[in-house]
Write a protein that binds this ligand. Structure first.
Ligand SMILES: C[S@@+](CC[C@H](N)C(=O)[O-])C[C@H]1O[C@@H](n2cnc3c(N)ncnc32)[C@H](O)[C@@H]1O
Length: 276
């Protein structure tokens, strides 16, 4: 555990509990490839919400944008600022904040608001839509990457299995995966004043790649990725840890397409683009 922070906010606690940088290390190439499709030009003002340690924020800054990364997890903000410093990126900084209430940020501040597998994890999705629209400039864009519920590819299945072993969520809980359904996206941005024709959604592949073996990679999810850590803790309390581990090992093995050593796993996500 990389932080001693204590919090009553379960959304924050979930992400501060582990060390997402261990998983993010397997996302760098895909993060760069995704950013290359964003049409970033020097001087563009970019907000990256739920940015983690900068998988997309770093390449956005390397493309010349002025980038602010906002994340709810203090440890990931610190890791992002350390990366920016070590890379000499004075046009990139990270600060703590909540996608549902970006109160530190003024209206109409950013040309591009990006959130890749980030804001989808905030528990009040309508507040997220309202906030990202508020801070985007008229004429600007919002791009979200959201995992798709029940998709047969890896991440949706990992989260499905993890949830099956976790305690039932509190009443009124809205699954993060609901952001992966176009109707919900349109409804949420609609409530924030965006007309449906300004929203496009497409299913796109993302690749996780690591020199770790599939077993080592699964161990990273068990030991460092909040949602899976919680599932292992709940399974252990029920005496079902070995069962969960076997199920996830089978999942990782099934989805691993690396031809030699290491692990390579593809996962589909919904790419949402909103013209503000
Ligand atoms: C799966 S990670 C993705 C991180 C990064 N976007 C990437 O692609 O590597 C999810 C991130 O969302 C952040 N997050 C979760 N809920 C949030 C919220 N309400 N506001 C801001 N960030 C949040 C987590 O702390 C974590 O860094």
């Amino acid at each position: 555990m990389s932080t001693n922070t204590r919090t009553d906010n379960p959304n924050k606690a979930l992400w501060e509990k582990g060390d997402f940088t261990r998983i993010a290390a397997s996302m760098r190439d895909s993060g760069e490839a995704l950013v290359a499709t964003l049409g970033i030009t020097p001087g563009l003002d970019v907000l990256d919400v739920g940015c983690g340690d900068g998988t997309t924020a770093v390449p956005e800054a390397q493309a010349g944008a002025n980038v602010l990364g906002v994340d709810i997890a203090r440890n990931l903000v610190a890791a992002g600022n350390a990366r920016a410093e070590s890379l000499g990126l004075s046009n990139l900084r990270f600060q703590e904040g909540d996608a549902m209430d970006l109160k530190e940020l003024a209206d109409d501040s950013f040309d591009l608001v990006v959130s890749i597998f980030g804001a989808m994890f905030a528990p009040r999705p309508f507040d997220v839509a309202k906030e990202v629209v508020r801070v985007a400039r008229p004429g600007g864009r919002i791009v979200m990457g959201n995992w798709i519920p029940n998709d047969p590819t890896f991440v949706a299945q990992l989260l499905r299995v993890s949830m099956a072993y976790s305690p039932p969520p509190p009443e009124g809980f809205v699954s993060p995966m609901t952001w992966g359904v176009e109707e919900n996206v349109v409804e949420r941005f609609g409530a924030a004043g965006i007309a449906p024709e300004k929203i496009t959604c497409e299913r796109v592949m993302y690749v996780f790649e690591t020199p770790s073996t599939p077993s080592e990679y699964l161990a990273d999810f068990r030991d460092y990725y909040g949602p899976t850590m919680n599932a292992y803790a709940a399974a252990a309390a029920d005496g079902r840890e070995a069962e969960l581990h076997a199920e996830l090992q089978a999942l990782v093995d099934e989805h691993n397409t690396a031809e030699g050593e290491g692990t390579r796993i593809e996962a589909a996500y919904l790419r949402v683009t909103v013209a503000v």
